[in-house]
Structure formats: C-alpha cells, structure tokens
Design a protein around this ligand. Structure first.
Ligand SMILES: CC(C)(COP(=O)(O)OP(=O)(O)OC[C@H]1O[C@@H](n2cnc3c(N)ncnc32)[C@H](O)[C@@H]1OP(=O)(O)O)[C@@H](O)C(=O)NCCC(=O)NCCS
Length: 164
C-alpha cells in the first residue's frame, strides 16, 4: 500500500463502515491518521490486472509495551463489488506471510458474530476463536446505531515466530 492507493483504500474502508458489519468506526480517517496509527509492515493491497485496488489489510500494535511488540490487531477489507471471489483469502494469505516475515507472532482481530464471511475467511487462514465478548461496545452509527454489540476475539499464532 502506497499513499497513491489511499483514495481507493479509503473508499473500500468507507463501504465496509457503511455496511455495518465490519467495525465500530463511524468514519474513514485521513491518510495521515490512518498511516500514523498502523504499522508500515505488514500492510498490503490486492490489485486486479488493471491496477485497480480490490482490497487492503493493515494492522496496529496492540500495545506500546516492548513485550507485546509481536502482537498486532489487523483489519481486512474487500471492495463490495469484488467480495466472495477469493480476494479476501489471497489478501489475508499475503498479509499473514508479510506478518510472519516481519516477526509478528500473534495477529488478532475482533469480528462481529454476524460477520460470517470474515469468520469463515479467518478460520480458513488458521485463526482460532479466543472468546466472545458480550455487548462490548455500542454502535454509534449505521444500521446498528444505538445497539450494544458482541464481538468475537480471534487470533492466529505463528508457528515460526515467538514461543515454540
Ligand atoms: C470479510 C471479507 C474481507 C471477506 O473477503 P472476500 O473476498 O469476500 O472473501 P473470499 O471470497 O476470499 O471468501 C473467504 C471465505 O469466506 C466465505 N464467504 C465469503 N462470503 C461469505 C458470506 N457472505 N457468508 C459466508 N461465508 C462467506 C467463502 O466461501 C470463503 O470460504 P471457503 O474458502 O471455505 O469457501 C469481505 O467480505 C469484506 O470486505 N467485508 C466487509 C469488511 C469486513 O467485514 N471486514 C472484516 C472485518 S473483521
């Protein structure tokens, strides 16, 4: 992902927010805020043959503490018109490879239990369910505005990095 990809990345993020099953976030940040809050590596986009961005994946550190330097929380978003065609699977696979190469040992995410596509995608990529967090936060906008929602905490432990 380069700064030039941002308009397309932002639109894909906007669609995910609008659909209401991806995140508690209510608006797309500026490139500066997006970039500052996330690691530069791993960070990937999927592009089609014509160079159009079809999806992206990026991660933020879960903690500033040194001991947690290999633990990240990620997001993966695919363009609405490109979903259900294997783009997410390719993207997540590339993202996991990049995370492994960068020394990450745990990738985690919080997924709404209603997000069947995300749960299936992550299960297939070796993520496990840690647990369900009941009514963890309240949706502030979109189709679930005002509703306290559960999330499912998932994680993928690296066989290569960290404890063996
Ligand atoms: C979740 C998301 C990234 C998946 O990407 P995708 O390109 O649509 O997924 P893929 O086509 O690679 O499919 C991955 C797996 O999920 C399954 N799947 C896809 N859409 C599905 C759906 N609507 N319901 C159930 N399973 C679904 C696929 O069958 C596939 O599993 P399989 O290989 O066992 O058949 C995409 O739907 C998306 O961007 N959603 C909006 C943003 C979002 O929710 N991001 C995740 C936040 S946690």
């Amino acid at each position: 992902m380069t700064p030039a990809d941002w308009p397309e990345v932002a639109e894909i993020y906007r669609q995910g927010i609008e659909d209401g099953e991806a995140t508690f976030e209510t608006r797309v940040p500026s490139w500066q805020d997006f970039d500052a809050a996330r690691l530069s590596d791993p960070r990937v986009v999927a592009v089609d043959d014509g160079g159009r961005v079809l999806g992206w994946a990026a991660a933020a550190p879960v903690s500033a503490r040194e001991a947690y330097r290999g633990v990240v929380e990620h997001s993966v978003y695919v363009l609405r018109a490109a979903r259900g065609r294997g783009v997410g699977r390719l993207l997540l696979s590339a993202f996991v490879d990049a995370a492994e190469a960068a020394g990450v040992w745990t990738i985690q995410a919080s997924v709404f239990p209603e997000n069947a596509a995300s749960l299936r995608l992550h299960e297939a990529a070796g993520f496990r369910i840690v647990g369900r967090r009941e009514r963890i936060a309240r949706s502030a906008a979109g189709p679930h505005a005002g509703t306290w929602r559960d999330t499912v905490l998932i994680e993928r432990r690296s066989a290569r990095n960290g404890i063996r």
